[in-house]
Design a binder for this molecule. Structure first.
Ligand code: ATP
Ligand code: ZN
Length: 284
C-alpha cells in the first residue's frame, strides 16, 4: 500500500506546532521511535529530522512532504514545491548592529564583517544591493559575534527582538519574513498525489476556519433586516424566533478582518447576547 512520508522538525521551534497540526488534520500517530512514527488511521509516516535537512530529504524523495520555515527553504535551494503557508513559526531575518552605533543606512555595511547562519540569503541580499561584505558563517549563538570581536554586525532570526537587546544590538534592516510552510516533492506518483490532495483538502478547511468565527446573537424584530445585512454568512444567516415574539436568534459566520467593526454595528442595531465561537473546521 502507498504510504506518504512527511518530514518534520525533530526538536525545536516548529516541532510542537507541526505535531499539533498533524493531529488537527485528524491523523493519529502511534508512539513510534525517535526517528520515525506511523499513523494508524491514514497512510502516513512521520520522519523526525533537523530542520536544515528537510528541504534536501524532500527534494531527493526520501520524504514526500515536509514542514519547514521558508527561511530554510530559501537558504538551502533544493527544488521543493511550497504547498501552503501554515501560519506559525513566524519570524524575520534581520541585520543588527551595536546599539550605540549611529546607523546611516545600508552603505554602512560596505567592507564590514557579518556573522550569520544564513550565508546564502545574506550574500544574495548584499549582491542585489551592490554592497561588498565579508560573511562569517557560524552555526549558533550568532548574536554574540560582535561582542567577542568576530564581526561588526549580525544577520539572524528575530521574533520579539529581546535576544538582540540582551546582547547590546539593535535591528537595522529586515531582509526577509518567514513562516512555516508545507512543502512537497515535485514528481509524486498519482497514488501519492491523491493522498496529498486529501491532506491539503483537510488543511484548507482548517486554515479557513481560523479566519472565521461563528456568531450567535439576539436581535429585536425592528432591526432584524439591518442585522441580516451585516451578517451575510456562508449562504445566508439562520434566523429563529424566540419565545418572546419581538426577538429573533440569528446565527452566522464572520471573517476576522471585519470582526470588531461588525460587532460595533450589531450593537448599534440593538443586538444583545452576542456570542462568538471559534470554528474547528470549515468544509466548503
Ligand atoms: P534544528 O536543531 O532542527 O536544526 P534550529 O536550532 O536550526 O533547529 P529552531 O531555532 O528550532 O532551529 O528554529 C526552527 C525554525 O523556526 C527557524 O528556521 C524559523 O523558521 C523558525 N523560528 C526561529 N526562531 C523563531 C522565533 N524566535 N520565533 C518564531 N519562529 C522562529
Ligand atoms: Zn536548524
Amino acid at each position: 500500500m502507498t504510504t506518504l512520508k512527511i518530514a518534520i522538525q525533530k526538536g525545536g521551534r516548529l516541532s510542537e506546532k507541526s505535531k499539533e497540526l498533524i493531529k488537527k488534520l485528524g491523523i493519529r500517530v502511534k508512539n513510534g521511535g525517535k526517528l520515525r512514527a506511523e499513523a494508524d488511521n491514514f497512510p502516513l509516516e512521520l520522519l523526525y529530522l533537523r530542520d536544515d535537512d528537510i528541504p534536501k530529504y524532500v527534494a531527493r524523495g526520501v520524504a514526500d512532504l515536509g514542514i519547514v520555515g521558508q527561511n530554510v527553504i530559501v537558504e538551502k535551494t533544493h527544488e521543493v514545491q511550497e504547498i501552503r503557508p501554515l501560519g506559525f513559526g513566524k519570524c524575520r531575518l534581520c541585520l543588527a548592529v551595536e546599539k550605540d552605533l549611529d546607523y546611516p543606512g545600508l552603505e554602512w555595511f560596505e567592507g564590514r564583517r557579518v556573522a550569520t547562519s544564513y550565508p546564502k540569503i545574506l550574500q544574495e541580499y548584499f549582491a542585489t544591493n551592490k554592497i561588498k561584505v565579508s560573511i562569517e558563517e557560524i552555526s549558533g549563538s550568532v548574536e554574540i559575534a560582535p561582542s567577542i570581536g568576530l564581526t561588526d554586525a549580525v544577520f539572524d532570526i528575530v521574533s520579539t527582538g529581546s535576544t538582540l537587546i540582551m546582547n547590546g544590538l539593535k535591528e537595522v534592516e529586515t531582509v526577509m519574513r518567514s513562516e512555516a510552510v508545507l512543502v512537497g516533492r515535485q514528481d509524486l506518483s498519482p497514488e501519492k498525489q491523491a493522498l496529498v490532495a486529501k491532506l491539503v483538502f483537510r488543511l484548507d478547511s482548517l486554515l479557513r476556519s481560523r479566519r472565521y468565527k461563528y456568531i450567535l446573537l439576539n436581535a429585536p424584530q425592528a432591526s432584524l433586516d439591518r442585522v441580516l445585512q451585516l451578517l451575510p454568512g456562508m449562504k445566508s444567516p439562520t434566523v429563529m424566533p424566540l419565545a418572546d415574539e419581538s426577538w429573533y436568534s440569528v446565527h452566522s459566520v464572520i471573517h476576522e478582518e471585519k470582526f470588531w467593526e461588525i460587532i460595533d454595528q450589531l450593537k448599534d442595531c440593538g443586538a444583545e447576547g452576542i456570542l462568538i465561537c471559534p470554528i474547528e473546521n470549515m468544509v466548503l
